[in-house]
Design a protein around this ligand. Structure first.
Ligand code: TPP
Ligand code: MG
Length: 573
């Protein structure tokens, strides 16, 4: 703890009536409900730490600023509240930029605070000086410098407000060192009060369009719906469930929308999305853009009636024409649509039974085709077998995180989270290295849940040193590595394009026994080469995690097996 005299000087207005910029930051963070900052220290930002001590905000210090930013992003996804990362000027801020960019594409709200040289040394060549705001502007919803200590808390709350403008995203504030360190009379600062500086973003779309959508759905014979990440962002799983169930509409899920409906739910479908998109008469796209994951909209039947619902006005109708667009909170819109269809003599639900049976039969055929791979006894381990074992191993309480190339793509063919909000992937920026920070953030947000992260060996090595942070902060997660000693997703594309001889350039990694790395850092680890040993090793790892140890189960997988998406290079089409 900081010494009491210092605390009194900074934050007890009754005695001194003065407060420093760093302490104003902490007060504003507290107003926003922030209970943890993810950070890596630097001389420019230490007064924020001192303020956090007074406000009871936990400080998790990591080993690379990219990790701090990803963890703040992950915390936001897991809690439904914004996250916060605090990094120093110059290289601290540039290191964190990848995490900000990832959150920007993934629509995840967090505030990054960066240090800056003193205003009095502006453009004089101070230590770690860079034009941070210019650099962060294109990848944030809001980026600004705090010009004076009086404005610190006000601008922190402004930055949080901006995070929620339309679809959420990150904001950036740069606070010069003299602004942070200076003390001002408390009366001179606006300190926005919790709950009094921003409105609810949960707006409803045009009510007439809700009625039009209800009409379309009631009449539809072969509708389908895709629930995307914003269903999770809006915590709208209950509304999505009621919508799909009441109207009997087959539902597919992508991004963080996975788990919106559990496997086994009558309207939950998984393997027939393309088939349904080819045959549907009405397609409702909820909270996911027409980006590369959707072939920019080209994967939807050209003459289908396409409805798009999104939090962001700019996303609706982008890349593909739509028949109807609705903008607002996903849960509100789905609930209002369901309500608009009730009370009609026939909402069409029963008429669609045959359509759902057709899709269910097709799902079964597709699963049958994959079963030999899922059950493969081959060594090195077939990555499909890994995928199957992981899915069998998940419990209702497991939060699943994917961080890697091909092994993670393959796993997505089997792994289905059992509950909403239990799936994390980087999102459309496709950033490798999110796994360790996401796992730490998930464990911090949900200490009673199991957090399982499936890594590629390449992905793990980008940010893996923060395994030590998980040990230090008692954030045990179950890490599993699908180790093919390669950046294999890229290797596949190189081999296809340049042939086997010239395709092995710049993509091979060493044979690293990551279990030893885990043990070196104070965790638990095992090596697995025999597919029959995957499950027992996972069980032992689960026990180790329950005993408080972060874990790496290093599974040696076949370098020459790829997912169809990788073989067809669909991500580039
Ligand atoms: C930060 C970052 N750098 C590079 C890439 C490009 N990339 C996509 S997949 C991949 C290979 C990942 O290897 P690994 O995690 O071992 O998974 P594998 O494909 O081998 O299963 C790379 C380098 C990326 N997506 N993100
Ligand atoms: Mg690999």
């Amino acid at each position: 703890m900081a010494d009491t005299a210092n605390n009194d000087r900074n934050s007890d207005p009754g005695r001194t009536e003065s407060i420093s910029g760093g302490h104003l930051v902490a007060k504003a963070l507290k107003s926003e409900g922030i209970d943890v900052i993810f950070t890596l220290c630097g001389g420019h930002i230490i007064d924020i730490y001192d303020g956090c001590l007074d406000e009871g905000i936990k400080i998790i210090d990591v080993r690379h600023e990219q990790v701090a930013a990803h963890a703040a992003d992950g915390y936001a996804r897991m809690t439904g509240r914004p996250g916060c990362a605090v990094v120093t000027a110059g290289p601290g801020t540039t290191d964190a930029m990848t995490g900000v960019a990832n959150a920007f594409r993934a629509e995840s709200p967090f505030l990054m605070i960066g240090g800056q040289g003193a205003h009095t040394q502006h453009k004089m060549g101070s230590l770690q000086d860079l034009p941070h705001v210019d650099m962060l502007q294109p990848i944030t919803k809001f980026a600004a410098t705090v010009p004076a200590t009086e404005r610190v808390a006000d601008m922190v709350s402004m930055a949080f407000r901006e995070c929620y403008n339309g679809a959420p995203g990150p904001s950036f504030l740069e606070i010069p060192r003299d602004v942070l360190d200076r003390k001002i009379p408390l009366a001179g600062a606006r300190i926005p009060e919790a709950g009094h500086y921003r409105a609810s973003p949960r707006t409803l779309a045009d009510p007439d369009d809700i009625e039009r959508l209800a009409d379309l759905l009631v009449e539809s014979k072969r509708p389908c719906v895709l629930f995307g990440t914003q269903v999770a962002t809006c915590r709208a799983a209950a509304e999505a469930d009621e919508f799909a169930r009441t109207l009997n509409i087959p539902a597919y899920m992508n991004g963080a929308g996975r788990g919106t409906l559990p496997p086994g739910h009558p309207q939950h479908f998984h393997r027939t999305r393309r088939y349904a998109f080819d045959k549907a008469d009405v397609i409702v796209i909820v909270g996911t853009p027409f980006d590369f994951r959707m072939g920019y909209g080209k994967r939807l039947r050209a003459d289908a009636t396409v409805v798009q619902i999104d939090m962001d006005y700019r996303t609706v109708g982008k890349n593909r024409d739509i028949s109807l667009g609705l903008v607002g909170d996903i849960g509100r819109i789905l609930a209002a649509t369901t309500a608009a269809t009730t009370g009609r003599t026939d909402n069409g639900a029963r008429r669609r039974a045959g359509w759902l049976e057709e899709l269910r039969a097709e799902e079964g055929r597709r699963l049958e085709k994959l079963m030999p791979e899922f059950k493969s006894d081959a060594t090195p381990i077939n990555p499909y077998r890994m995928a199957w074992e992981l899915n069998e191993f998940l419990t209702e309480d497991t939060i699943y995180i994917g961080d890697g190339g091909d092994v993670v793509t393959t796993a997505a063919q089997a792994v289905q989270p059992r509950l909403p909000g239990h799936w994390m992937d980087p999102g459309p920026l496709g950033t490798l290295g999110v796994g360790t920070p996401f796992a730490m953030a998930a464990k911090f947000a949900h200490p009673d849940k199991e957090v399982l992260c499936y890594f590629g060996d390449g992905a793990f090595s980008l940010t893996g040193w923060d395994f030590e942070t998980a040990v230090r902060f008692d954030l045990p997660f179950l890490g599993v590595i699908g180790n093919n000693s390669a950046m294999n997703q890229i290797r596949c594309g190189q081999i296809i394009k340049y042939g086997a001889e010239r395709g092995e350039v710049g993509n091979r990694l060493g044979d690293v026994p990551y279990s030893k790395f885990a043990r070196m850092l104070g965790g638990y680890g095992e090596e697995v080469r025999d597919p029959a040993q995957i499950r027992p090793a996972l069980e032992r790892a689960r026990e180790a995690v329950r005993d408080g140890k972060p874990t790496l189960v290093n599974c040696w997988v076949d370098i020459d097996v790829w997912a169809p998406g990788t073989r067809n290079q669909t991500m580039y089409k």
